[in-house]
Design a protein around this ligand. Structure first.
Ligand code: XMP
Length: 528
């Protein structure tokens, strides 16, 4: 395992991805982690970039004990400056940021002109991506230069005798075309990591872990929504513990049009798991009445889900007891399955400022404090595309694996005002037209996620000879690798024209359609 310490750079999670692309397992932890809290022995450590300046107030610093583990260390950008700060080099505060491409000249070392192991086979120079304010003005003692650029004489340095490296550029971004190789040299050649982390291996290990957690009798209950994550998680649970896993599809009143029925049929046919549908739309919608605040909506839905699951768990236990007819009842429902993914985990552990910020959990939207069920999260180490690969290996049909994600709080976070049955109906209708036209145009698989949003504003229009005063629909479609950053999708104009014309003509209550052209950041994918 490679330990990546996050100092708050927007690229930190990419370092994790690049390591895994080399089939080496990597884990991201906040830079403030204490040595005793690291439960594994890393084979190498990578220090990420950061928006901070090492001498700045509140600048994050690593526990020096971590650097003394004796394993290879690679500092990237701020990570390089952090090494200098710790080991006696000098960092210059600069007035301007260097942001963009640069050429690194790779230094020839010694008499026979070899290059450092970090750059072996790269050639004389390589294009890299720079994004920094400060830079090194003096390397720490016992370090030598292994690469420079026109403006950065210490763009890459290495310790004279120990495997400690610092680089000013960002090898983890795709704008550094050879960056992946550089990361590979570090983790494979220098740290000696084996390239054994594959999805097949992950499945085997995860199934064994689930079996151990659940023991011989324990039961697990879990939500399925028809989304990729819950489907894959459910299938994995079924492989591990068979019918002791109970999948529940909850109609929470804020699903897409006909979703509950369609998803039930699809999952029932394809998954082979214990599957129950419960319609709790009245309960959810009554609790959502008059609520506009997005975080409150998330919390209410998350809490209501837990209430519903605890009630279902009790029913399952009662049925199991009945079946055993007075025998020792061992099959307690102890666990709640969650399809939490790595980006959710990163968002809650990542170093975001002078103190680590914990974000309301994405998938759960706030758990009840006294929840009886314990969480089991088999996907928490994976990125979305890894979950899809896992789904394919588990023989989940392609249309299911390729579905766009749909958030747990559903349409409630796409209705910007209060959530009512009427508003849900309007949005469901507009959204179904939007998705249908995207499919008809053959564009569904080119888009990572597309959905409609119902705005709480009214605009004037004209229909026939009459004035209308109705609501506005915003359309969103994004392309993204991992949902941490995203670009808006460029539709062919005729597709947008058809969608807009159908929505304004067919959906009662809507007289205007707009298209959202914001990227993430600074926007997010969802509007709430
Ligand atoms: P944002 O809006 O954070 O969305 O850029 C990134 C991805 O996460 C999904 N999302 C959620 N999923 N519960 C979920 O299960 C949530 O509360 C939630 N909020 C956002 C969003 O649909 C997108 O795919």
């Amino acid at each position: 395992t490679i330990l990546i310490l996050d100092f708050g750079s927007q690229y930190s999670h990419l370092i994790t991805r690049r390591c895994r692309e080399h089939k080496v397992y990597a884990e991201l932890m906040p830079c403030t982690v204490k040595l005793e809290d690291i439960k594994f022995k890393p084979k190498g450590i990578i220090l990420s970039g950061s928006p901070y300046s090492v001498y700045g107030e509140g600048a994050p610093h690593v526990d020096p004990a971590v650097l003394e583990l004796g394993v290879p260390v690679l500092g990237i950008c701020y990570g390089l400056q952090e090494l200098a700060w710790n080991l006696g080099g000098k960092v210059d505060k600069s007035d301007h940021r260097e942001y963009g491409f640069a050429q690194v000249q790779i230094s020839k070392l010694g008499d026979n002109g070899t290059v450092d192991a970090l750059f072996k086979g790269i050639g004389d120079e390589m294009q890299v991506w720079m994004s920094h304010g400060d830079q090194l003005s003096e390397p720490p003692p016992d370090f030598h230069v292994i690469g420079r650029t026109k403006t950065a004489p210490y763009a890459a340095i290495a310790h004279n005798t120990k495997p400690i490296y610092g680089i000013q550029f960002h090898p983890e971004v795709t704008h550094s075309p050879r960056g992946r190789e550089v990361i590979g040299k570090f983790i494979i050649d220098i740290c000696g990591c084996k390239q054994g982390w594959t999805m097949e291996e992950f499945i085997g290990k995860e199934i064994a872990r689930i079996r151990e957690i659940c023991g011989d009798h324990g039961r697990v209950i879990g939500a399925v929504s028809g989304g990729v994550d819950s489907t894959v998680a459910a299938k994995l649970m079924h492989e591990a513990i068979g019918d002791r896993f109970h999948a529940i599809m909850v109609d929470n009143g804020v699903l897409r049009m006909n979703e509950a029925k369609q998803v039930y049929e699809m999952l029932n046919k394809n998954l082979g798991v214990n599957l129950t549908v419960v319609d709790e739309s009245d309960l959810f919608l009554s609790r959502l009445e008059d609520v506009e605040d997005p975080e409150k909506k998330r919390k209410i839905i998350g809490n209501t889900f837990i209430n519903v699951f605890e009630a279902e768990a009790a029913k399952i236990e009662a049925a199991a007891e009945e079946e055993e007819k007075g025998g020792t009842h061992k099959g307690r429902v102890e666990w709640l399955l969650q399809g939490t993914l790595y980006p959710d985990v990163i968002e809650s552990i990542s170093f975001k400022g002078p103190s680590a910020t914990i974000k309301t959990h994405h998938n759960v939207g706030g758990l009840l404090k006294d929840m009886k069920l314990k969480l089991i999260e088999p996907l928490r180490e994976l990125f979305k595309d890894e979950v899809r690969a896992l789904g394919r290996l588990l023989n989940i049909p392609a249309p299911l694996v390729q579905r766009h994600p749909f958030p747990g709080p559903g349409l409630a976070i796409r209705i910007l005002g209060p959530v009512t049955r009427e508003q849900v109906k309007i949005l469901q209708h507009a959204d179904s037209i939007y998705i249908e036209e995207i499919r008809n145009a053959g564009l569904y698989d080119q888009i990572a996620q597309a959905f409609a949003v119902l705005l709480p504003v009214k605009a004037v229009g004209v229909m026939g000879d009459a004035r209308t005063y109705e609501q506005v629909i915003a359309l969103r479609a994004v392309q993204t690798e991992d949902f941490m950053t995203a670009d808006w999708y460029v539709f062919p104009p005729e597709v947008l024209r058809r969608i807009s014309s159908r929505i304004t003509n067919e959906v009662a209550g809507i007289n205007r359609v707009t298209y959202d052209i914001s990227s993430k950041p600074p926007a997010t994918v969802e509007w709430l």
